[in-house]
Design a binder for this molecule. Structure first.
Ligand code: SAM
Length: 441
């Protein structure tokens, strides 16, 4: 343990933490704003070094958090900052980078709606609590009765599910003792359709037990969800809404509309968590491709075929790749149904493990690739394939704009034409971006 240190917060970083300096070293603090004073000490060494805050003197003007759990829950981390500042702190380093290195003015689309925006929340079920993880502590759950960034429907359904589980002593899974079965409750809601899906994730051992039969009867009586799914996976797995499943009510998916397109979203598949906050990205895609002379869409990390369905009308051939089976099936079915006269091919493919062979493209020089990878980025295999391709345009959509920046720098055959930052995730450090890239001739 080291001596106490006192720092004054001088800046806020992209993770929305206050930054203070002590003897030339920078330290970051959650919930701290410029002007605050923090007394702290550290324990452990190098990578295991942990900062322990002894006193946080709030000397700045802060916002009153919208949520009662804000200072405990690991979900949001910036409710103490005015929204306009949150957006600037998140995007500013990248705005400066693109201006200095690419002579580009970034396009900025801050959020229009900063509460009640998420269409999906995953609540962990522990014997002592149902809620979200405490910041920095995977094993501790903050008991949550309502969450301000999810819909009113989801808050009511959360209340119902919490009451329900209370009546089943021993049902929540105990991670240490390995007793009980229920690990997660996932609530998914279509803001435009009001369709809803509640997913209970259990340990495999729960399937077809007498307990399950009793629980099903109760769930069906009390839950207000249009669709209810039970899914089962390995005890040790901490992945919610995945594995074998049983439909308890309705379907294994729910419906959502985006830009007048109807989507069915399977229980285990990705869907934009805040479609409305994502509109500026969609608008950029549409404006760009509407003016191009291209005939082929290559939808990489296509999920349920979100981009293909929305923009397929601009193309003659549509190809999509993705590694979740249910998503690819859904994508193929929906895109083929909507664009019956076009050549459509969707394939399950691990874009990280394997190099995609682009020889199937009849007309690579008339192709647009939309690249929408998970947080871990597009990966070196795909970047190298694209770099040597003849594809003239790439629209790289990212939920990790800092990593996107590094990957763009590696795409040496492409020039960055424009970049836009949008914010579907207020109060969190997350945001989205779209980079328009054009091949250097
Ligand atoms: C950010 S989501 C985008 C999905 C889709 N474009 C959309 O907007 O709904 C990233 C997608 O990448 C898929 N994915 C993750 N790892 C992958 C991999 N190794 N190979 C292919 N797809 C992967 C995920 O299943 C997810 O559907």
């Amino acid at each position: 343990m080291e001596e106490d240190k006192l720092v004054k917060i001088q800046d806020v970083n992209q993770a929305l933490e206050g930054i203070g300096e002590w003897e030339g070293n920078k330290y970051s603090f959650r919930y701290a704003n410029v002007g605050d004073e923090i007394t702290f000490f550290t324990i452990g060494k190098r990578k295991r070094k942990k900062i322990i805050v002894k006193e946080h003197k709030v000397l700045s003007k802060i916002e009153i958090p919208i949520c009662q759990y804000y200072y405990k829950c690991g979900g949001c981390s910036a409710q103490h900052l005015p929204y306009a500042s949150q957006f600037i702190y998140k995007t500013d380093p990248l705005v400066k980078f693109y201006f200095e290195n690419h002579k580009l003015e970034s396009n900025l689309a801050p959020a229009q709606n900063i509460v009640c925006y998420r269409n999906r929340m995953d609540f962990a079920v522990f014997p002592e609590a149902i809620g979200l993880r405490k910041f920095g502590d995977f094993r501790t759950i903050v008991d949550i009765e309502r969450c301000e960034i999810q819909s009113d429907w989801a808050n009511e359904e959360l209340r119902v599910c919490r009451e329900l589980v209370k009546d089943y002593e021993g049902l929540p899974y105990h991670r240490k003792l390995e007793t009980g079965y229920l690990k997660y409750i996932t609530l998914r809601y279509g803001f435009t359709t009001h369709d809803s899906l509640t997913i209970f994730t259990f340990c495999e051992e729960f399937k077809d037990t007498e307990w399950e039969t009793r629980f099903i009867t109760d769930v069906c009586q009390k839950s207000k969800a249009n669709n209810i799914v039970f899914c089962y996976n390995n005890k040790k797995s901490e992945v919610s809404a995945s594995g074998n499943y049983k439909v308890i009510r309705g379907n294994h998916f729910y419906m959502e509309n985006v830009m007048e397109q109807r989507f069915s979203v399977p229980f285990d598949s990705f869907f934009q968590p805040n479609p409305k906050g994502f509109f500026p990205i969609l608008d950029t895609v549409e404006k760009f491709i509407a003016d191009l002379e291209v005939d082929t869409l290559l939808d990489l990390f296509c999920g349920n075929g979100f981009f293909s369905l929305l923009f397929g009308r601009y193309f003659k051939e549509i190809y999509g790749f993705e590694n979740v089976e249910s998503s690819i099936l859904q994508a193929e079915q929906n895109v083929k149904a909507k664009y019956a006269s076009k050549k459509v091919l969707f394939k399950r493919f691990d874009l990280f493990q394997n190099k995609l062979d682009l020889n199937f493209l009849t007309n690579p020089v008339k192709t647009v690739a939309i690249l929408d990878p998970p947080r871990s980025g597009a990966g070196k295999n795909l970047i190298s394939v694209l770099n040597i391709s003849s594809i003239p345009y790439i629209l790289y959509v990212s939920c990790n704009p800092n990593l996107q920046k590094e990957e763009i720098e590696k795409m040496s055959n492409y020039r960055l034409k424009s970049i836009l930052f949008a914010d579907p995730f207020p109060h969190t450090p997350h945001f989205e971006s779209i980079a328009v890239l054009e091949q250097i001739k």
